[in-house]
Design a protein around this ligand. Structure first.
Ligand code: SAM
Length: 274
């Protein structure tokens, strides 16, 4: 069971920090992500996508980027947590112009229950679908996304893995004004269940401990591909990250691939065509 967030000491930098702002800076890269899904949709379907449904939208950051890109773009954003939706409205949607705001909708809704409108693209990013911890419940969710897509619609998800992802380790990354910690606190090899936290540490030594917590099953890529096909998708593609020749690190560009490498830690995108 996840422990609750720890309240920071009053008067510290952590006490005045906003966990959602830190999350968006440290975790999300909405511009390249929207480039990737939009370009991939166009190259597969030979038309521009218009309606995006962002499942597990959190602060709806990706959808705000989407509606900024074209006056023909619309976004439907689904999340169960009213606190995070309210934050997204106050901080992200409110910085769109009034016309852009007309084309984005944030709904407090379970991703499995939305049936009102079909989308060209459904996004389920940052591994959120892994909360469905049995194959049956994940297949049911993927089936519902398929039903929620237009005839030529495409579901995009991401996935992570590599042998480091099975270890109980904390990884630190430095950002302007804070350090970000990805904490793989518990992994159960029998069930695949995993408990992870995000913490932030500030220059005065104060912490936002357990600012976010995640409990999910770490699915493998063969499992995800199989379950997507079982849910009725006609074609599933994994996109592996290219390598920067100089650093040997990932270069942020993703290519369709049938085979990967034994990287200690990787992130991929997956497209599933209706
Ligand atoms: C890891 S965050 C993802 C945030 C964002 N999509 C991103 O890419 O960073 C997961 C979000 O899923 C929401 N969530 C969990 N279960 C849900 C469900 N069944 N339906 C809708 N939202 C759900 C949580 O409230 C949380 O905001």
């Amino acid at each position: 069971m996840a422990k609750p967030p720890k309240q920071p000491k009053p008067g510290t930098l952590a006490a005045s920090a906003d966990r959602h702002t830190c999350y968006e800076l440290a975790v999300q890269s909405v511009e390249p992500e929207i480039d990737m899904v939009s370009d991939t949709f166009k190259s597969i379907r030979k038309r521009k996508p218009r309606v995006i449904r962002e499942d597990f939208c959190g602060t709806a950051n990706s959808s705000c980027e989407w509606v900024k890109r074209s006056k023909n773009n619309r976004a439907i954003c689904l999340d169960l947590d009213q606190e995070v939706l309210d934050w997204g409205i106050k901080n992200n949607v409110s910085s769109l112009d009034p016309e852009q705001q007309q084309r984005i909708e944030l709904l407090n809704c379970d991703v499995r229950n939305f049936t009102e409108e079909k989308a060209d693209i459904i996004l389920a990013m940052n591994f959120s679908y892994q909360i469905f911890e049995t194959r049956e419940s994940l297949r049911d969710y993927f089936k519902k996304t398929r039903e929620g897509l237009n005839e030529d619609g495409i579901l995009f998800i991401d996935a992570f893995g590599g042998h480091e992802s099975y270890r109980e380790i904390k990884e630190k990354t430095k950002y302007d004004g804070f350090n970000y910690y990805w904490d793989q606190a518990k992994y159960d090899p029998i069930t695949g269940h995993m408990l992870c936290y995000i913490h932030f540490k500030f220059p005065d030594g104060s912490w936002l401990k357990r600012a976010f917590s995640y409990e999910w099953r770490l699915y493998t890529l063969p499992e995800l591909q199989e379950i997507l096909y079982e849910a009725g998708y006609s074609k599933v593609t994994v996109y592996w990250e290219g390598t920067d020749d100089e650093t040997g690190e990932g270069n942020g560009e993703y290519f369709p691939a049938e085979h990967g490498e034994d990287d200690p830690s990787w992130i991929v995108y997956i497209s599933a065509e209706k």
